[in-house]
Design a protein around this ligand. Sequence first.
Ligand code: NAD
Length: 282
Amino acid sequence: MAIIIDGKAISQSIKDEVKAEVAELKEQGITPALAVIQVGSDPASTVYVGNKKKACEYTGIISKSFNPDENITESELLAIIKELNIDPTVNGILVQLPLPKHISESKVIAAISPEKDVDGFHVQSAGALMTGEKGFVPCTPAGIIELIKRTGIDIEGKECVVIGRSNIVGKPMAMLLLKENGTVTICHSRTKDLKSITKRADILVVAIGKPKFIDGSYIKEGAVVIDVGIHRGENKKLCGDVDFETAEPKAYAITPVPGGVGPMTIAMLMKNCLEAAKAANM
Ligand code: NAD
């Protein structure tokens, strides 16, 4: 029976740690604040933004909401970001993606000051991660490192395989595992003989975006399996990119869906907001 990595409990500990530090900062007259911009009213985005605001409330971080109409022009949105960049009462700026098609996401992300880039999507943040400089790390891969470490699993010297090369999960994940001295391989849609590579993995991170794609036959006996995928399957039940039923018996430890990687993303966002507030007041 594999260890089921409890993302709910680990994310709760992180939020509690953030809450305690926020309370200490408040005693010094510093109140961390996050600006959340949601363009339009996409229902999925509304749920994500709502969860982020709830986490802010829990940790004591102020959330300032901006909800422009979906017809806002790119330059109007850039002007809002410019204002928030220079607003000393705002520590973090989050623009909920995706944006309407007439707005360039890369232009909008580039407009956020790297000091307030709590999502870690700015090219300066990506470059800092690559070169080992200080900068914000995207929340999902940062949360995965916490899941692994707080389960007592060592990364150093391990064969780590990441499936997926997106800018928000796969690539930063690979850089973080490398930083922890793992031996890292990145697989993607053009990888040949995927199974021969995944079967080498001591730590396998799966971020493909295809329900139950990785079954037990892809997994080495005793591996740590991290499932980043989230899908609403048959019967409206949530599932991941990993077929839990066949993967779990092979694994040493595995994340469930839901309750694995999912809750970590928001917890790490809170941690990044706290760090932004600390850095701004140093
Ligand atoms: P993406 O679509 O941007 O990237 C998917 C990657 O998978 C690509 O790099 C592609 O090369 C690779 N891929 C596709 N088919 C493949 C195949 N057959 N073999 C090998 N590689 C293949 O997705 P993403 O944004 O990185 O997200 C991945 C999954 O994680 C999605 O299910 C998404 O919903 C989920 N996600 C979850 C969280 C969270 O908080 N838990 C956060 C972000 C993303």
